[in-house]
Design a protein around this ligand. Sequence first.
Ligand code: HEM
Length: 185
Amino acid sequence: MLLDRLKRETRADHDRIEADLDLLRPNLSLADYVGLLQRYHAFFRRWEPRVGALVGDEAFFGPRRKLGLLADDLDQLGAKPSTLTAPVPALASRAEAMGSLYVLEGSTMGGLVIARHIEGVLGLRGPGARYFSNYGRDAAERWRTFRAALADISRPEDEDAIVAAARGTFVLLNRWLCPQEPAHG
Ligand code: HEM
C-alpha cells in the first residue's frame, strides 16, 4: 500500500533530517530559530505556488498553505525574509506534487513536538511560533485527511513517481535547511 511504502522508504531520510536539524537541542537560540524560519520561507516561496498549480484543487490545497504563517512569524520576530533563492524539487505532475506535499504535511506531526520545545527554550507561543504549531489540535485529523486524499488520487502506475518525489524532497530540504551538515556515508 502506498502510504506504508512512503513511510517505510522515507524513514531513513526522515531520521537523517531530524538528526541534522537537531531542533530539540536545549541550547537552540533565537538566532538559530529565525535563520531556520528564513530558510523555510525561501523554500515555500518557490515550492508552494508550483505545488498549488500542479495539485489544481484550491479547496484542498489552500488551507494547507504555509507561506503566510512563515511570513507572519518572521514579521513578529522583527526579521526579514531571506533574499536567497532556495532549490526546489523538479515536479512535473500532480502525482509528484502530492509526493512532495506528503513530506511537508507529514512534518506537521513532528512540528507539534518542535513547537513545544520552542515554547520551552525560547518562550514563544502563538505569534512568532505559528509555522511549527500549524494546525494545532487539528493536526492529526488534517494528516488523516491528507493521507486519505493521497490514497484516493494515486494510481498504481504513479506510485514509484510519488515515492521518488517524496525522497527527492527530503534530500533537497535536508541540504537546504542544514547547510553545515556533516557529509554522510
Ligand atoms: C526535530 C525534528 C522532527 C521531529 C521530532 C519529528 C517527529 C515526527 C513524529 C513524532 C512523527 C509522527 C510519527 C507517527 O505518529 O507515525 C513524524 C512524522 C513525519 N515527519 Fe517528522 N519530525 C521532525 C522533522 C521532520 C521534518 C524536517 C520533516 C520534513 C520536512 C518531517 C517529515 C515527516 C513526515 C513526512 C512524517 C509522516 C511519516 C508517515 O507516517 O508517513 N519531519 N515526525
